[in-house]
Design a protein around this ligand. Structure first.
Ligand code: FMN
Length: 134
């Protein structure tokens, strides 16, 4: 159990060092059938104490923006004690793909979402600053 902190695999130890040494994390998840992928859950579940009070920003994306998986993931991230930026970032990609299945204009999507992204980013900075003061 990661909560016991006895990590055996090198990849877990590397992941632990990476998260422990970061002032914050940004979690970006796609949504599939209203859920988040197992890879995202594994990334969380492989560690435990490293997440406690970690300033974090959660961003979902998908055809409809991934609001359902965002909600589900909030519960999980709350369980491990992350401090989340309050602003919800759900990036809707409907109509954003071209015939080649690639995003037609990624910069335009970032531009469209810039207000909410900047607000969320500022909240994350504030969480980092608060933690540094303690
Ligand atoms: C099997 C499948 C289920 C999906 N379900 C949802 C969904 O429930 N909500 C949503 O917003 N988008 C949904 N999408 C759209 C994906 O979120 C979107 O294609 C996204 O770009 C996938 O991320 P990826 O390109 O990193 O794989 C689904 C796509 C697939 C392939």
């Amino acid at each position: 159990m990661p909560a016991l902190g006895k990590y055996e695999h090198e990849h877990t130890k590397r992941w632990s060092e990476q998260v422990a040494g970061s002032s914050a994390v940004v979690i970006l998840t796609p949504e599939y059938n209203w859920g988040y992928p197992a890879s995202v859950k594994n990334a969380v579940d492989y560690l435990y104490k490293e997440w406690k009070d970690k300033p974090a920003l959660l961003i979902s994306y998908g055809g409809g923006g991934g609001k359902r998986c965002y909600e589900q993931l909030l519960q999980v991230l709350g369980r491990v004690g992350m401090q989340l930026a309050e602003t919800r970032v759900n990036i809707a990609l409907r109509d954003a793909y071209g015939d080649d299945d690639r995003l037609k204009d990624a910069a335009a999507i970032v531009d469209r979402e810039s207000d909410v992204l900047i607000k969320a980013w500022q909240e994350l900075q504030a969480l980092i600053a608060n933690k540094d003061e303690l």
